[in-house]
Design a protein around this ligand. Structure first.
Ligand code: XBP
Length: 265
């Protein structure tokens, strides 16, 4: 059986529910500070989430909802400046403790370290956001627990392209067959699957109706011993929360499936 060697985590929506109460609010605060009469409601933000990346999302919003602005400002520069300030707002919320980790995340990361597994991050978000979240919500030294943090603009094509996972795999020095990825969106899942990764999805309110075909397991959350997960798709056997033995089993089953599909041994 293929051995499990590393776990690769997405950030936004997977480590923590950062979108609704973090990035969205930070953008709105920034708009107010700039006297822009814009407000991203939770509903509108759900639509905007189809565009991955904060800068790309803001550019998309201006082009589709306020195209007149493109005549008044130099768009690239404007987007860059607003996004820079939004990142500061976002980090202040994380530092103020407003964005908790999702259930099971801290436990699973600590269990993986105890088991000698490698850890990595593959995310669209800005690198500083990842550091702030890990250091404030997991452990002051948590960033150093990860062999590689692949984030934001380090690759040209963002999810659903495979690039960010391929970047993480390259720097992990572990074959994809020995890794499990954790995602919360269909775009993220596609990115991981294109990189040949067995993937566990934990949905959230924004993503629960998306298509997760190809995921090894789809859950409402990773679960804790006293707070079991709900299985939405896939087979978790007798498990009630995600732990290393369950991940090893999934890797065995999915690695086998993948090999049969590709005809390799
Ligand atoms: C989610 C995203 C991110 C955040 C905002 O990516 O699309 O862009 O919404 O972060 P992932 P930035 O699920 O891969 O973490 O504003 O820093 O881009």
């Amino acid at each position: 059986m293929t051995r499990l060697s590393a776990l690769i985590f997405d950030v936004d929506g997977t480590l923590a529910e950062t979108e609704r109460h973090g990035h969205r609010v930070a953008f709105n605060d920034c708009f107010t500070a700039h006297d822009l009469p814009w407000f991203w409601s939770e509903g509108l933000y759900g639509d905007l989430l189809k565009v991955m990346g904060g800068k790309e999302r803001l550019r998309h919003f201006i082009e589709h909802y306020h195209p007149e602005l493109q005549l008044q400002v130099e768009l690239e520069q404007f987007v860059k400046q607003i996004h820079k300030e939004k990142t500061q707002y976002y980090q202040s919320y994380v530092q103020a403790g407003k964005i908790p980790l999702r259930p099971g995340i801290a436990r699973l990361i600590c269990a993986a370290r105890d088991a000698g597994l490698k850890l990595a991050i593959a995310t669209t978000t800005t690198l500083e956001n990842v550091h702030t979240l890990l250091e404030h919500k997991l452990h002051p030294e948590a960033a150093s627990w990860f062999s590689v943090i692949s984030a934001g603009d380090v690759v040209k094509a963002k999810k659903p392209a495979a690039d960010i996972y391929l970047h993480a795999l390259k720097h992990l020095h572990v074959p994809a067959e020995e890794c499990i990825a954790f995602e919360d969106t269909a775009h993220g899942l596609q990115s991981a699957l294109k990189s040949n990764l067995t993937t566990v999805v934990t949905v959230n309110d924004y993503t629960c109706d998306e298509d997760f075909t190809g995921a090894a397991l789809v859950l409402d959350q990773l679960g804790e011993p006293d707070h079991p997960f709900k299985v939405l798709a896939g087979d978790a056997g007798d498990a009630h929360y995600v732990d290393i033995p369950l991940l090893q089993t999934l890797l065995g089953e999915h690695g086998g499936l993948r090999q049969r599909k590709t005809g390799s041994n």
